[in-house]
Write a protein that binds this ligand. Structure first.
Ligand code: AMP
Length: 190
């Protein structure tokens, strides 16, 4: 199995790259943000709970997010592997993921991080907000809060995976095609 965490700050291009890479490597793409948005649209219990956090740019509590992620993985029991996009976002999520995969006799092969500067990302997100229909992309204050959440809770995961020898940084600035090529060079080795 090939299990990869696609990592990077909001707007780094994780969703775009995951959509291309899942085809190329025959992997299941799980975006926790997409699963939350699906639940919000369908007005499920998880959706109602997640909405108030997402609208503010805050992280949804770990327990809810971890249980949802496990359910998504379990739905795809015979997959070749997974691209985790937007998960884990806290150390406790990373630990839960390691434990969960160990129980399944598998592991994370690597974290591939798209590296892009914050100023470029705020501009990108505001641009995306004009067409994405995502309310968390239209308000600069909420976008800044998402970066605050990223910097205080998520960025440390670089150290977590680096300590396992599993961190692979990729320059996330350039054309979509160029970035796919850079990421593929790492995926091929994992
Ligand atoms: P994304 O689509 O990855 O940008 O996620 C959008 C929003 O969904 C985030 O700002 C969080 O509110 C929520 N979210 C997505 N993934 C997670 C996660 N792993 N942990 C907590 N909240 C999450």
């Amino acid at each position: 199995m090939k299990n990869i965490v696609l990592f990077g700050p909001p707007g780094a291009g994780k969703g775009t790259q995951a959509t291309l890479l899942k085809e190329k490597y025959d992997l299941i793409h799980i975006s926790t943000g997409d699963v939350f948005r699906f639940n919000i649209k369908n007005e499920t219990e998880i959706g109602l709970l997640a909405k108030k956090y997402m609208d503010e740019g805050d992280l949804v509590p770990d327990e809810v997010t971890i249980n949802m992620l496990k359910a998504e993985v379990n739905k795809n029991a015979d997959a070749n592997g997974f691209i985790f996009d937007g998960f884990p976002r806290t150390e406790s999520q990373a630990k839960a993921l390691d434990l969960f995969l160990t129980e399944k006799n598998t592991t994370i092969n690597g974290m591939v991080a798209l590296e892009v500067s914050e100023d470029l990302l705020v501009a990108r997100l505001l641009e995306r907000g004009k067409t994405s229909g995502r309310t968390d992309d239209t308000d600069e204050e909420k976008i800044r809060n998402r970066f605050n959440e990223y910097n205080t809770k998520t960025a440390i995961l670089k150290d977590y995976y680096q300590a396992q020898g599993n961190y692979f940084g990729v320059n996330g600035v350039g054309s979509i095609d160029d970035i796919t090529k850079r990421v593929s060079t790492v995926f091929d080795k994992l």
